[in-house]
Design a protein around this ligand. Structure first.
Ligand code: FMN
Length: 134
């Protein structure tokens, strides 16, 4: 089983309705494909972690990459996992900006989120800490 993390920049027109749309679609789809994970939106960036079978993840990621609701997609990496870190969520969603800032301070000692500064493990640690508050 694999775990994949990417980040992207949301298009400027993203709002609550668009996010709801993504989630309403993604949650049942991911459930059918045995995919788990978390989606974080901090007002500018999306960070998503996806877990599941390698081929299923790769074909989903190919679709996600072409989605016009975001751009500048950067794959942080994909690693082999024994157990899922986010097993209870088919797509957990976090957009609590205050909470995101708090976790950033803990992980990076900075409130500024520059994802290009982060390693895979730092992003993963941040996502785990955020998911514990869901
Ligand atoms: C930030 C973001 C995250 C997404 N996450 C998922 C996801 O976890 N699962 C999913 O099925 N679609 C997700 N989507 C939607 C896909 O990009 C795409 O619209 C969908 O997979 C199309 O599926 P279809 O071709 O089978 O209709 C996401 C889109 C965005 C913009």
């Amino acid at each position: 089983m694999k775990q994949l993390i990417y980040i992207s920049k949301a298009t400027l027109s993203i709002d609550f309705v668009v996010i709801t749309d993504i989630l309403m679609f993604a949650i049942p789809k991911n459930h059918d494909k045995d995919i788990t994970g978390i989606l974080v939106y901090d007002g500018v960036y999306f960070i998503q972690v996806l877990e599941g079978d390698e081929n299923v993840l790769l074909s989903l990621f190919e679709k996600i990459k072409t989605d016009a609701r975001h751009h500048d997609i950067k794959l942080f990496g994909m690693k082999e996992i024994e157990e899922r870190d986010f097993k209870v969520w088919n797509m957990g969603y976090i957009n609590n900006f205050t909470m995101i800032k708090e976790i950033l301070l803990e992980v990076k000692k900075s409130e500024l989120f520059n994802p290009f500064d982060f390693t895979y493990d730092e992003i993963l640690e941040m996502l785990k800490k955020l998911s514990h508050r869901l």
